[in-house]
Design a protein around this ligand. Structure first.
Ligand code: NAI
Ligand code: MG
Length: 485
């Protein structure tokens, strides 16, 4: 068995509990590796290492320039190993290789971006009304606990590690139990690049046994989490005990809104891309497709027609547009929503597993029409290729339905009327709004949600704020006694 150890304090190690957990190829359902099934004692070692690296040793002595160069080197390693990393990512997640290649490129770009930002973290001179110099210093928050999901494993690791390291934090990152392989592969280069031991620790394992102890650990200063709303709530509660700083990105039920005046071909394409990319396993998936009544039936027909051409197949095949779902658990979850949808609305495409596949967690791209926004398939995050199409009459109703959700991660609006498009942009309560597109994501621009999609922002200069404290320094310039007593 291909046993891949985790990375703590500069060493590849097993769990103190000696247990291993299986890692699968979701296209064959076969075990391709085992990683340590960590327990709280392993987390404690990782946190101690991160704490020591933050408080002593070489890391606190590094300059922003040093940290920037380390991140550039990491990006170089990723670019050199891109083919291998993309293949591993594709095998482990089931995502099409072409998409995995984009992810790896974006990962390198993310490290480069924050390598550049490391030298642009600036303080402030506060204009106080006294003979004094008042400064605001920006300092790293400390040890960052980072818990990430399985849909973009390497990229999500980069979104969390890159800003934290640029800020001068040390990290304990837990990849999802389903997809730990690419970040562990990359960990093989950390020491050689020059990261001191303990600065980056990768702890593998399940959420309740390896994730929860990170959140509860008193020596962790900040927790950044991307995943389900259910776990987000647990994390907030647990973090209360030690008043930990928390950032949460919890997915959503994002509306993709189509007005009758939008470019029809581009719109239909955008509706499918918005919800089916990465098998629909996307936190910002446009899973509620709102279509203006006057084009509604034509739009649904065109979506169905085009969905027939989506090529499902083995992730490593270059013409595959949709691979299997990541795991048996996720497959069963998505299958159950396909059944729930059949009881609620009108099934017009897909609706089951891919019949032609004799193995692998393949489900058909599925479209439900005539969905009511109160249906479960319009309210609950499916995290798979299941689209809920909802008709609307006019701008006011579109906005009302779009906002009628506990979530607020993303939204998109399609129209050639700039006044209307911008009115909708302002009216929608979501952290990301696209106009005449859906899903493009850039490290330069903020990412995060409103409402129950969480709080905190990743990427751009906002991303680094999450890992910085602000220290007020007051320097008295007067040589007179205070003169109070
Ligand atoms: P999850 O939220 O359980 O897992 C995400 C990460 O959190 C994993 O690393 C997991 O090990 C960890 N985790 C789980 N329980 C934890 C706990 N008690 N304390 C600390 N860490 C914990 O998500 P799961 O079960 O993989 O997927 C279920 C649903 O969650 C999906 O169907 C989807 O709707 C949603 N989800 C949303 C994501 C997003 O990007 N916003 C990503 C993954 C899932
Ligand atoms: Mg879970």
């Amino acid at each position: 068995m291909n046993r891949v150890r985790m990375y703590i304090n500069g060493n590849f190690v097993e769990s103190g509990g000696k247990a291993w957990l299986p890692v699968y190829d979701p296209s064959t359902e076969e075990v391709i590796a085992e990683v340590p099934d960590s327990i709280a004692a392993d987390v404690d070692l990782a946190v101690k290492a991160a704490r020591a690296a933050f408080d002593q040793g070489a890391w606190p002595q590094t300059t922003p320039q040093d940290r920037g160069r380390l991140l550039f080197k990491l990006a170089d390693v990723i670019r050199r190993q891109s083919a291998q990393l993309a293949e591993l990512e594709s095998r482990n997640t089931g995502k099409p290789i072409v998409e995995a290649e984009f992810d790896v490129t974006d990962t390198a770009t993310c490290f480069e971006y924050y390598g550049g930002i490391a030298t642009k973290i600036m303080g402030y001179v506060n204009p106080v009304p006294d003979n004094a110099l008042s400064l605001s210093l920006r300092e790293p928050v400390g040890v960052a606990g980072q818990i990430i999901p399985w849909n973009y494993p390497l990229l999500m690791a980069a979104w969390k590690l890159a800003p934290a390291l640029a800020a001068g934090c040390t990290c304990v990152l837990k990849p999802a139990e389903q997809t730990p392989l690419t970040i562990l592969e990359l960990a093989g280069s950390f020491q050689e690049i020059g990261f001191p031991p303990g600065v980056i620790n990768i702890v593998t394992g399940f959420g309740d046994t390896a994730g929860a102890p990170i959140v509860a650990h008193p020596d962790v200063d900040k927790v950044a989490f991307t995943g389900s709303a259910a776990v987000g709530k647990l994390i907030l509660r647990s973090a209360a005990d030690s008043i930990k700083r928390v950032a949460l990105e919890l997915g959503g039920k994002s509306p993709n809104i189509f007005f009758a005046d939008s470019d029809f071909e581009a719109a239909v394409d955008g509706a499918l891309f918005g919800v089916f990319i990465n098998q629909g396993e996307v936190c910002s998936a446009g899973s509620r497709i709102l279509v203006e009544r006057s084009i509604y039936s034509k739009f649904v027909d065109a979506m169905v027609e085009k969905t027939r051409t989506i090529k499902l197949g083995p992730p490593l095949s270059r013409d595959t547009k949709m691979g299997p779902l990541v795991s048996k658990e996720q497959y069963e979850r998505v299958r159950s929503y396909q059944e729930i949808g059949k009881g609620e609305a009108r099934l017009v495409a897909g609706g089951g597993r891919l019949q032609s596949a004799d193995r692998g967690y393949y489900v058909e791209p599925t479209i439900f029409a005539d969905v009511n926004n109160n249906h479960r398939i319009a309210r609950e995050e499916v995290f798979g290729p299941v689209a809920a199409v909802i008709p609307f009459e006019g701008e006011t109703e579109a906005i009302r339905i779009a906002n009628d959700t506990p979530y607020g991660l993303a939204a998109a609006v399609w129209s050639r009327d700039i006044f209307r498009a911008l009115r909708v942009v302002k009216a929608v309560r979501a952290g990301i709004v696209w106009v005449n597109h859906m899903q493009p994501t850039y490290v330069e621009a903020p990412w995060g949600g409103y409402k129950q999609s969480g709080f905190g922002r990743e990427l751009g200069p906002w991303g680094i704020e999450e890992y910085l404290e602000t220290k007020q320094v007051h320097i008295n310039l007067s040589e007179q006694p205070i003169g109070w007593y």
